[in-house]
Each structure stands twice: as structure tokens, then as C-alpha cells.
Design a binder for this molecule. Structure first.
Ligand code: ATP
Ligand code: MG
Length: 194
């Protein structure tokens, strides 16, 4: 029985760092979808803020499905902001949507070289729960929302393992950046047109 785990979320939220650390813990196969799309010549363009990619989605689903079925490893971790959209639902056991306070996320994005409208568009996508919405729409009942703000990678991995090993249940819909930012008096700063 194969277990496919998706790690998704807004660009820069920490997917790759988390997914690789989790894969090491579980001895799982690790698939980075950006690389997968490139290797398999499936990328036509990218729409990061909307948690989708402009690819031949059908071809990508099919190719991913084939790779999952062919894998010798019972645990497969799929990392990508568009993971929800392109992984065949019948294979998916868990979807972890990483969430990060927009203030911290902005600092991570700036460090990664994002700026201007591209950065603001991605921050706004985090605020309005785009990746979460996509995950829930496609994989309802298997989605776990995780606030990783201020947490060390090891702690995030431990939380994921707690869910996988049923020590913890997980929830969806509890992160509310809109409300948080409003309370902090900085919502306008984040939602202004850029
Ligand atoms: N828990 C963490 N604590 C501190 N820094 C982190 C943590 N997780 C990730 N980072 C840092 O944040 C940055 C973005 O992380 P990462 O590349 O894993 O994000 P990503 O979601 O995979 O981004 P992309 O969408 O561009 O692939 C990196 O510099 C990484 O070292
Ligand atoms: Mg990444």
C-alpha cells in the first residue's frame, strides 16, 4: 500500500526544506514538481500565486501517476505549490498545506529575491488562502493546515509525523491571516494594490 503525501503552500513558505527533511525521516521518495515538470518537458508557464502551473495537466497527472505506481518506495512525498492540482486523487493520502504569517513570509520572499508585484501577489495569495482552497477543493478530508510561523524545520517535521502516526488530528480553516493582520493594524498595507 502506497502512501502519497503532498506538501504544498505559497511560494517560499518552506515546502522544499520541510519535504526533504520529512523524506529523510521516512526514507521516502521525494518528488519536486518544478523539477518533475522540467525533466518531463511539461511546463508551459507558471502561475505561482494561484497555486497552479500552466502545464498539460492531464499529461502531468498521468506521468505522476505512472511514477507513483512504478515506485518501489511505499512512501512518496510530492513538493510543489501546484501539487494539489496535478496529483491523481486516488493516490493521495495526506495533503499538508504550510501557512506562514505574511510578515515572516515577506521577509523570506525578500531574502529569496522576490520584490514588487510578484511578491505582493504571492503574499495576497497567502492571505486569501489560495493553496488551502485548492487543496480542499480537490482532496477534501485529507487536508491538514499547518502554521509554520517561527517554527524550526525539525518541529514542523515532528508535527507532520504526529499527524501521520495519528498522535494528532489536524484541522483546516483555522488560520486567519486576514483577521490576524487586521488585529495587528497592518491589513491595509498588505492588501493595497501594487
Ligand atoms: N522552518 C524554517 N525556519 C527557517 N527558515 C526556513 C524554514 N523553512 C524554510 N526556510 C527558509 O525559507 C526559504 C524558503 O524555503 P523553501 O525553499 O523550502 O520554500 P519553498 O516553499 O520550497 O519555496 P518555492 O515555492 O520557491 O519552491 C529558504 O531560504 C529556507 O532556508
Ligand atoms: Mg521549493
Amino acid at each position: 500500500m502506497k502512501r502519497v503525501i503532498l506538501i504544498t503552500g505559497t511560494p517560499c513558505v518552506g515546502k522544499t526544506t520541510t519535504a526533504k527533511a520529512l523524506a529523510a525521516k521516512l526514507n521516502a521518495e521525494y518528488i519536486n514538481l518544478t523539477e518533475f515538470a522540467k525533466t518531463n518537458n511539461l511546463t508551459l508557464g507558471d502561475d505561482e500565486a494561484r497555486c497552479t502551473v500552466i502545464v498539460d495537466e492531464e499529461k502531468m497527472q498521468q506521468q505522476l501517476g505512472e511514477n507513483i505506481e512504478a515506485s518501489q518506495n511505499p512512501n512518496i512525498i510530492i513538493d510543489g505549490h501546484f501539487a494539489s492540482a496535478v496529483t491523481p486523487t486516488q493516490h493521495v493520502a495526506h495533503v499538508f498545506v504550510l501557512r506562514r504569517h505574511p510578515k515572516e513570509l515577506k521577509a523570506f520572499m525578500e531574502k529569496a529575491g522576490y520584490s514588487g508585484s510578484k511578491m505582493w501577489e504571492n503574499l495576497q495569495a497567502e492571505i486569501i488562502d489560495v493553496c488551502l482552497g485548492e487543496a480542499v477543493e480537490v482532496h477534501a478530508g485529507r487536508v491538514c493546515e499547518m502554521d509554520v510561523t517561527g517554527k524550526a524545520v525539525e518541529d514542523v517535521v515532528r508535527e507532520i509525523l504526529d499527524v501521520l502516526e495519528k498522535r494528532k488530528t489536524c484541522f483546516v480553516g483555522w488560520v486567519d491571516w486576514m483577521g490576524t493582520l487586521e488585529q495587528e493594524g497592518i491589513l491595509g498595507e498588505y492588501l493595497k494594490p501594487n
